[in-house]
Design a protein around this ligand. Structure first.
Ligand code: FMN
Length: 130
């Protein structure tokens, strides 16, 4: 099974987390910061990460999802954001709906969760390994 973690990062955190997830589950890492983007349909499973900027994922992520909208329902989306709790959950719901993604999660300050047993990030990675 070939998995890929596609990601866009502006400030670096999503990139760091995408790399960590990819290494943890043995997936390829695909940077959406520069074209051409790899075709997600060649992977068995796609995980997609983006920072949130002004309530939206990056334009690259939106363009990517527009181009490959048929793949959207099978994608697992993670957002890295500054909002917490209900505000972050509301933002996540709206973005997931806009992108057509059914499976999604947000992380607030995820670098602190790396290697921390039981953290939201580590639990997410465990769920991807199943
Ligand atoms: C211009 C700008 C706008 C942002 N807007 C939001 C926002 O609307 N909601 C949010 O939760 N976080 C927002 N943030 C925080 C980023 O989502 C957070 O810094 C995240 O780590 C960015 O991901 P990156 O480090 O991969 O670029 C914003 C950050 C910047 C720089």
């Amino acid at each position: 099974m070939t998995d890929a973690v596609f990601y866009f990062t502006k400030l670096g955190t999503t990139g760091r987390i995408a790399k960590y997830i990819a290494e943890s589950i043995g997936a390829e890492l695909v940077d959406l910061g520069k074209e051409p983007y790899a075709d997600p349909s060649k992977y068995d499973r796609v995980i997609l990460g983006s920072g949130v900027y002004g309530g939206y994922p990056s334009k690259n992520v939106r363009d990517f999802m527009d181009r490959y909208e048929d793949e959207a329902s099978g994608i697992s989306l993670f957002l890295v954001c500054a909002f917490r709790d209900d505000r972050a959950a509301g933002q996540l719901e709206k973005i997931s709906e806009d992108l057509g993604v059914a499976d999604s999660i947000f992380f607030n300050r995820p670098k602190k969760m790396i290697g921390v047993e039981g953290s939201k990030l580590e639990l997410y990675i465990e769920s991807l390994k199943k």
